[in-house]
Design a protein around this ligand. Structure first.
Ligand SMILES: NC(=O)c1ccc[n+]([C@@H]2O[C@H](COP(=O)([O-])OP(=O)(O)OC[C@H]3O[C@@H](n4cnc5c(N)ncnc54)[C@H](OP(=O)(O)O)[C@@H]3O)[C@@H](O)[C@H]2O)c1
Length: 231
């Protein structure tokens, strides 16, 4: 069978809620095999994923869990898309940098940059072989400076840098994508008590990500809405 005719395989971290869940469902509906994860086993059961999804409970910061993700990819025999989506805002409520400790920094760094850094290194040969795409979910906070968003924003700036450097070093197509504000648990955590019902649902961002993958522009940092319908 021609390489292009085989089932495409994606690893999407944090696929049990928000954007990761919407993307996992959309890829699976489009015939992809998706390996995904999340720390909360209950959410995995509630997601009721179809047969084309391998969901593994665990934390991306844990070595054994990452090994299980890599093994799941290896058992599929290819990797066309690696999406670093799982993320943390850090300690809540969000606070000014002067109130942040090294432990806070490490917690944010381990999830938002440490895990993607190591996981990409382990999976890069698979991506290269399939002429695949590395896609990291960034944020406008990676390039703008908002009060109380310093730890998270710095981690997303570092994630952009690592993602695009991997692209430069390996030739793999690499994207850091700002999805824009979305009505998710993470967004509500950032704005406790506020009505966020005017923010778009993550399902509206998924077609933009799929269009990015279809158009496949040069590696770089993009906003998802640059790939809106008709653009
Ligand atoms: N929402 C926004 O407005 C917005 C704006 C800009 C950028 N982003 C970025 O877009 C991405 C998706 O955000 P979202 O709002 O959809 O997030 P979300 O609703 O909080 O969902 C995050 C997902 O990741 C999982 N997760 C979190 N930490 C994990 C860990 N350590 N190991 C494994 N899984 C983990 C969560 O499940 P468990 O908690 O069960 O582990 C959940 O499935 C993130 O990278 C975020 O930084 C979001």
């Amino acid at each position: 069978m021609d390489n292009k005719d085989r089932t495409r395989v994606a690893l999407v971290t944090g696929g049990t809620a928000g954007l990761g869940l919407a993307l996992t469902r959309a890829l699976a509906a489009d015939g992809w095999h998706v390996v995904t994860d999340g720390r909360d086993d209950r959410r995995i059961k509630e997601a009721d994923f179809p047969g084309g999804v391998t969901a593994i409970a665990g934390d991306v910061t844990e070595t054994d869990h990452r090994a299980a993700l890599v093994a799941a990819v290896a058992s599929e025999g290819r990797l066309d898309l690696l999406v670093h989506n799982a993320s943390t805002l850090g300690p809540l409520p969000m606070r000014p940098l002067a109130a942040a400790s090294i432990a806070d920094l490490q917690q944010v760094w381990r999830t938002n940059i440490g895990a993607p850094l190591v996981l990409t290194g382990e999976l890069l040969p698979w991506l290269s072989r399939a002429d695949g795409v590395l896609l990291s979910l960034s944020s406008d906070a990676a390039v703008q400076h908002y009060e109380t968003w310093g730890l998270y924003g710095a981690s997303k700036a570092a994630l952009d840098h690592v993602t695009l450097t991997y692209g430069a070093e390996s030739g793999v197509t690499a994207y850091a994508v700002d999805p824009g504000d979305m009505r998710t648990e993470m967004h509500q955590d950032a704005f406790p008590g506020e009505d966020i019902s005017d923010r778009p649902l993550p399902e509206t961002v998924v077609p933009q990500l799929l269009r990015l993958l279809e158009k496949r522009p040069a590696s770089g940092r993009y906003r998802a809405d640059e790939f809106g319908e008709g653009l």
